[in-house]
Design a protein around this ligand. Structure first.
Ligand code: CAA
Length: 384
């Protein structure tokens, strides 16, 4: 067992750290306040090859491993989780699934520009459309219908809380094709956003990750060629679950980054703020908080890296990705709350960043499977 990163992994970590400091930190408070999508940052991420980090170079990606992805996600999430969620969805939920289950034609047409993050000089990213108004955790209860019409499908329905919803050019849409078959009557389709009948709803006004672009998407008689179905008929739900296994590693790494970003700010603040005649870091009440924060963050990091390692080495990572996500997201919520507490009144105002991190942390316990869903997956996995 080696607790050591390769030189390449360390270079990627450093590149992500520099990117976060130089490109994400300036303006992060304003983007959050104005709910402004970080277009310039995502464009620059595509230049770095980070929008298709794990996709093979033959399909426009950077061909990096999942460990590198975790390192990059942590560094970027330390500074701006609205940037990192966009990157995570495109990498894990869009490019990975297309590369592993798409046809060669689908890869050439969609994966190549998605992994590059651009097409014809414009941003070109994707979104993953599973959640619905009545189907969040209970993801098999899809109400969106895709009717088989021979060589095409007609899709009708509404999807909710779609990350990258307004900015994406390509949607991966899960829809029911045979209600009598339950989870085996669901298919996944590649739908271009500019298809007739697709409507993008208003941008959600969120608690956190306010720069990210979250919308509902409506489909009314949207015609999709059969060639745009991913995998065999009835594979759509399993496709979503397999894809989410990797997605959960990305969100775990995002939560880890939010936690470690808040922790670093709390340490720096505790070393310079004085109370009762000495730096507050010298008070045991604060030291104990910092000690617990550091310990939990390290445990979360090891779980993330373990899941990534299993994925890179062909193991079954369903359990380890859920463990990483539930632990890292709960760590992020707890650590950011403690970071606000250490900052006192300053922590409650925007200039000190930690209140935003606390708001951003909350979503990591909800999206890509709530903490309760992760416990279902873990519980079933250990008892089977
Ligand atoms: N890999 C392969 N197959 C899987 C699988 C996996 N990981 N998980 C389940 N399946 C298969 C099962 O084996 C089962 O097949 P059989 O009938 O042949 O046994 C079938 O799929 C149905 O599975 P379950 O019986 O386990 O289904 P369930 O209804 O009990 O639900 C669940 C299980 C874990 C709760 C699942 O519904 C789930 O993960 N829900 C949460 C959905 C989610 O994460 N949504 C996030 C939305 S995306 C998002 O947030 C992105 C974003 O914008 C950031």
């Amino acid at each position: 067992m080696h607790f050591q990163f390769s030189e390449e992994q360390l270079m990627i970590q450093q590149a992500a750290r520099d990117f976060a400091q130089n490109e994400c930190l300036p303006g992060v408070i304003e983007r959050d306040e104005k709910q402004q999508f970080p277009y310039d940052q995502i464009w620059k991420l595509s230049e770095l090859g980070f929008m298709g980090m794990m996709t093979g170079s033959q399909y426009g990606g950077a061909g990096m491993d999942t460990i590198s992805y975790v390192l990059a996600m942590e560094e970027i999430s330390k500074v701006d989780a609205s940037v990192s969620v966009c990157m995570s969805v495109n990498n894990s939920l869009v490019c990975w699934g297309l590369e592993h289950y798409g046809t060669e034609e689908q890869k050439q047409q969609y994966l190549v520009p998605l992994a590059q993050g651009r097409k014809s000089g414009q941003l070109y990213i994707g979104a993953f459309l599973l959640s619905e108004p009545e189907a969040g955790s209970d993801a098999t209860s899809q109400q969106t219908i895709a009717e088989d019409k021979g060589d095409y499908y007609i899709i009708n329905g509404t999807k909710n809380w779609i990350t990258n919803g307004g900015t994406a050019s390509v949607y991966l849409v899960m829809a029911q094709t045979d209600a009598s078959k339950g989870s085996k009557g669901i298919d996944t389709f590649i739908v271009e956003k500019n298809s007739p009948g697709v409507t993008v709803g208003a941008k959600e006004n969120k608690l956190g990750i306010r720069g990210s672009d979250t919308h509902s998407i409506m489909f009314q008689d949207v015609k999709v060629p059969k060639a745009n179905r991913i995998g065999e008929h009835g594979f759509g739900f399993r496709y979503a679950m397999k894809t989410l296994e990797g997605g959960r590693i990305g969100i775990a790494a995002q939560a880890l980054g939010i936690a470690s970003g808040a922790y670093e700010r709390a340490v720096a603040y505790a070393k310079q703020r004085k109370a009762f005649g000495k730096e507050i870091a010298q008070h045991q009440a604060i030291q104990f908080k910092l000690a617990d924060m550091a310990t939990r963050i390290e445990a979360a990091r090891l779980l993330c890296l373990r899941a990534a390692w299993e994925k890179d080495n062909g193991g079954d990572y369903a359990l380890s990705s859920s463990m990483a996500k539930v632990y890292a997201s709960e760590t992020a919520m707890w650590v950011t709350t403690e970071a606000v507490q250490i900052h006192g009144g300053y922590g409650y105002v925007k200039e000190y960043h930690v209140e935003r991190m606390m708001r951003d942390a909350k979503i990591t316990q909800i999206y890509e499977g709530t903490s309760e869903v992760q416990r279902i997956v873990i519980g079933r996995g250990i008892l089977k």
